[in-house]
Design a binder for this molecule. Structure first.
Ligand code: N01
Length: 531
């Protein structure tokens, strides 16, 4: 039987995949989205842990490609919770009739570029098919990192990962629960689980900085103001370094007086969440300025946590922001509860998981539920976990073994007609993800349309342009404090991964660059190279 053929295969039905489907289908291409889950949503489908919500205000963390959509949809909170974001994505899918072209429960397991036919041979969990283009809309934080603790497979209680949370309700009432990890997911989950569980043990390897979200019901006046000028509002946000509203682009902490600085930090602490890092323009550029912000937050932690020994353990020492900053609703306060215990893994390392619980230091913990909040193989994991083979049968996983290289986070040499949305080398995780992925979707869709109009069949990046681009990515990062600690931005959380800084810092210059590349007929890319 002949294989099914299509113009574009999209992998993943999250924010990116949905918009890709809408955009490419509207341009007249045949498109199928493959989604391994039984429903759409991507990140917002998998991350159903208690307390999961966005940490960029919903008026910004939402699509802007359709003015009627952004006018019609009403968010109920400043930072929406996971169920509401999932409802929004379902609304978008229904509104633009997307579900009919999404195949659920279908995992893309392999993709091989056939050089003779200039086609991608795609293997899913159900069939083989052919597609001219393949777009990886697989997300930056979607391949869970599951540490291989000794004895894990023998654990007999409930084992959960925040990034792969079950769809059924999980009730911790009367349970003894342990959570390993204190990143954003854990910081959101802990206050909620603490209210339910009989006892919660928090196993911390590295203390984290977190800013209060001061979340609450949507301020309808603010919403009306934004909606009255939505396009301008979006543009203003986009024009600053991280694509998020309210960031300072001029004033410097090192030039401000102590009182003035403290007051300004306080205003941002109380109102801006992640935007705390935008209190001054030099916080992520200058170590001294950064330390001023870090000292301010450490002092706040000390004020919030009643037990001075616990406060000390919760006090991060490294550069603020070089690990992804967290935003919380009552995280530090949760440690004032009698039913929450903090365990420092540096002095009490996990020796093994047992059938009943775990052993850390000299203590054995008997548990009903064990939660891994241990993060993701970020930015590359979702792509390299698929067996993708390009020219000459080269595997993407091998090509990226010593560091992921990509031209603009969009194209990879040896992998023709394959695009990544928010790939390594683009601002992605150091920007507001939704406008960033919209930018990429539009760029990719316009590129494929341009190829159709200009009778080009195959587009690919070259090693030279991607080497040059990744050098620039690192040179820009070298001018900041981002590389000064271990983080998933530089692969430090995954042992076997190259320790390379992957996001491009700076939304405006990046946007200008990719716009220019497109205007100059996709300068840097090669078309219809003879094999
Ligand atoms: O993962 P993380 P996350 N033994 O990697 C620890 C986004 N997000 O799921 O720091 C013991 O940040 C690890 O310790 P250390 C957001 O971008 C967004 O929380 O490596 N501990 C760390 O404490 C975020 O940054 C929202 O020493 C181990 C934790 O596990 C990203 O997703 C909400 C360990 C992992 O923290 C990832 O967040 C949630 C081990 N073997 C997440 N391995 C929004 O609000 C790891 N750890 C939109």
């Amino acid at each position: 039987m002949p294989l099914r053929k299509m113009d574009v295969v999209v992998v993943g039905a999250g924010f990116s995949g949905l918009y890709l489907l809408h955009k490419l289908r509207s341009a007249g291409f045949s498109v199928t989205v493959f989604e391994k889950a039984d429903q759409l949503g991507g990140t917002w489908h998998w991350n159903r842990y208690p307390g999961a919500r966005c940490d960029i205000p919903s008026l910004q963390y939402s699509y802007q490609f359709d003015e009627d959509l952004q006018q019609d949809w009403n968010w109920t909170e400043k930072y929406s919770a996971q169920p509401e974001i999932l409802e929004y994505l379902n609304h978008v899918a229904d509104r633009f009739d997307l579900k009919k072209d999404i195949e659920f429960n279908t995992e893309v397991v392999a993709a091989k570029f056939n050089e003779e036919k200039s086609l991608w041979q795609i293997k899913t969990s159900k069939e083989e098919l052919e597609s001219k283009f393949c777009v990886m809309a697989t997300g930056c934080l979607s391949a869970p990192n599951t540490p291989d603790f000794e004895g894990m497979k023998d654990y007999e209680g409930q084992l959960l990962h925040t990034g792969k949370w079950p769809q059924r309700p999980v009730d911790f009432t009367d349970e003894t629960v342990a959570i390993i990890g204190t990143g954003s997911s854990s910081i959101q989950a802990i206050p909620v689980i603490a209210e339910q569980a009989k006892h919660l043990y928090v196993f911390q390897r590295t203390a984290n900085y977190s800013i209060p979200s001061n979340n609450g019901p949507m301020n309808t006046q603010e919403e009306a103001d934004v909606k009255s000028r939505y396009p301008e509002f979006r543009k203003e946000n986009w024009d600053n370094g991280f694509g998020i509203a309210g960031l300072e682009i001029e004033a410097l902490a090192v030039e401000a007086g102590e009182e003035e600085r403290k007051e300004k930090f306080n205003v941002h602490w109380e109102n801006e969440g992640l935007g705390f890092l935008g209190t001054y323009a030099d916080l992520m550029l200058d170590k001294d300025a950064n330390e001023m912000a870090a000292v301010f937050v450490r002092e706040k932690i000390r004020e919030k946590v009643k037990d001075p020994e616990i406060a000390e353990l919760l006090r991060p020492e490294y550069t603020i922001g070089c690990k992804r900053l967290c935003v919380d609703s009552g995280y530090f306060e949760a440690f004032n509860r009698d039913n929450v215990t903090l365990i420092d893994l540096n002095t009490n390392p996990i020796a093994r998981i047992t059938p009943e619980g775990l052993v850390a230091g000299k203590e054995e913990y008997s548990l009903d539920s064990l939660i891994l909040a241990t993060g993701f193989d970020a930015m590359t994991g979702a792509v390299t976990r698929i067996d993708i083979r390009g020219r000459g049968g080269v595997s993407l996983k091998d090509q990226w073994k010593n560091g992921a290289k990509s031209y603009l986070g969009l194209g990879i040499s040896n992998f023709p007609n394959l695009f990544t949305v928010t790939g390594p080398g683009s601002p992605s995780v150091l920007s507001n993800m939704v406008p960033s992925l919209e930018l990429h979707v539009e760029w990719i869709s316009n590129c494929i349309e341009w190829m159709r109009e200009n009778k080009k069949s195959v587009i690919e990046s070259t090693k030279t342009v991607e080497d040059e681009w990744m050098i620039l990515v690192n040179e820009v990062a070298d001018q900041t404090v981002y590389k000064s600690c271990k983080s998933w931005y530089n692969g430090s959380n995954i042992d076997e991964k190259a320790k390379e800084f992957l996001p491009f810092i700076g939304v405006p210059p990046y946007t200008e660059k990719i716009t220019q590349v497109a205007e100059q007929n996709y300068q840097g890319f090669v078309f219809d190279k003879t094999n």
